[in-house]
Design a protein around this ligand. Structure first.
Ligand SMILES: [Zn+2]
Ligand SMILES: [Zn+2]
Ligand SMILES: [Zn+2]
Length: 377
């Protein structure tokens, strides 16, 4: 029997963050690339849209008028998914199988920029740094409100992701409980720290404990580029297609030099590097199919910002096992108009993909960082 080759033979990959598996069927990509390629499409968005709820000076659904903002703008979502405390107490369960818990919190919208037609890949690096600063401020503000246990920063980009407005913006949902996915990831990080020996030369989590993501990123950077999953790196951050990626061009962005548990802990240099890699990743995304590349993006970090002691220093606690990272989960597969759909097997059994993480990483490495709209000018 021929030896196992992950670029040919079907296999399952393990996701140690969520303790799940994905079925990989690389033999199905041996056929030539049959997907259509779309020609570059011009951006037809206006710089200002009088009907947009997020453009400066316009009136929102709730009747409030947006200020004439010049950088970022934050406001509370007019249609929030959760409501501020106090909330009513849930009644006892009618049956132990039918439990519910009440949840409170708040939902904020962060406009990235006054220009309606720009987005992360076309905003300047300074603009992206302003966005990182705004995320950090909202994380600090919401994360210190009474009753809040978790703050999730995320962006839905593109109609394909159900985003109703192309004006560049993200959201922050603050909740009275830690939701499912980050709770799973944090549990995995804690378990790894308590059961794994640190390997020499690898960065560690708090108190010298092993960090799952410090270990993972260290390994990924040791793989020869041609065979590996790394897309780009800079001084402090790496963008890679994770071994266990589910979406065709899924990317994880994470710091590789030291263990960083939240946005609050970034030095000025690290923040600059973070903005740089976010800008470069999204430029490559838009350039894959010469389109505005839809995705769901989210920041995973400490559930809440750290407390400060009397001297203003951050107090270390168990949550510092969190290793700051960003997930980009884009649905496009073959072209600007061909997306991945959840097939029956995936809904009923297990996630599955054909294109391997290594093939996706190679494709992304070959993309330019000059945005296609600028290259076409
Ligand atoms: Zn707008
Ligand atoms: Zn770490
Ligand atoms: Zn995560």
């Amino acid at each position: 029997m021929e030896p196992f080759d992950p670029t040919i033979h079907p296999h399952r990959r393990y996701n140690p963050l969520t303790n799940t598996h994905i079925l990989v069927s690389p033999h199905r990509t041996k056929r030539p690339w049959l997907g259509q390629t779309e020609p570059a499409e011009p951006s037809n968005l206006p710089q200002y849209d009088p009907t947009c709820f997020l453009c400066p000076g316009n009136t929102r659904a709730g009747g409030q008028v947006n200020e004439m903002y010049t950088s970022t703008m934050v406001f509370e979502n007019d249609y929030a998914a959760v409501l501020p405390p106090p909330g009513p107490v849930t009644p006892p369960a009618a049956h132990p199988l039918l439990t519910a818990e009440s949840i409170q919190g708040g939902c904020d919208v962060i406009c990235f920029h006054p220009r309606h037609d720009l987005s992360l890949p076309t905003l300047s690096l300074l603009d992206v740094e302003n966005i990182v600063d705004e995320w950090t401020r909202v994380y600090m503000r919401r994360g210190t409100e009474p009753g809040i246990e978790y703050v999730q920063i995320f962006e839905n980009k593109g109609a394909m992701m159900g985003c109703s407005n192309p004006h560049p913006h993200s959201q922050v949902w603050s909740l009275s409980t830690v939701p499912t996915l980050p709770a799973k990831e944090l549990a995995s990080l804690h378990k790894y720290a308590s059961t794994t020996h640190v390997r020499p030369g690898v960065a560690t989590g708090p108190d010298g404990h092993a960090c799952l993501l410090c270990e993972y990123v260290h390994h990924e950077l040791s793989v020869p580029e041609d065979e590996g999953r790394v897309v780009i790196t800079n001084e402090h951050f790496v963008a890679l297609v994770p071994w266990w990626a589910y979406w065709p061009f899924e990317i994880m962005v994470l710091p590789h030099k030291r263990h960083i548990s939240s946005l609050v802990h970034l030095t000025v240099d690290e923040k600059h590097a973070f903005a740089d890699i976010m800008s470069r990743v999204t430029k490559r995304y838009d350039n894959i199919f010469s389109c505005s590349f839809a995705y769901a993006m989210g920041v995973h970090q400490r559930p809440l910002p750290p407390r400060r002691d009397d001297d203003g220093m951050y107090v270390q606690d168990a949550d510092d096992i969190a290793h700051l990272h960003v997930h980009f989960e884009p649905p496009l597969l073959r072209s600007a108009s061909v997306r991945k759909f959840l097939a029956g097997f995936e809904v009923m059994a297990e996630p599955q993909r054909d294109l391997t993480a290594e093939q996706a990483a190679k494709r992304l490495r070959n993309c330019s960082e000059v945005h296609y709209l600028l290259a076409a000018e």
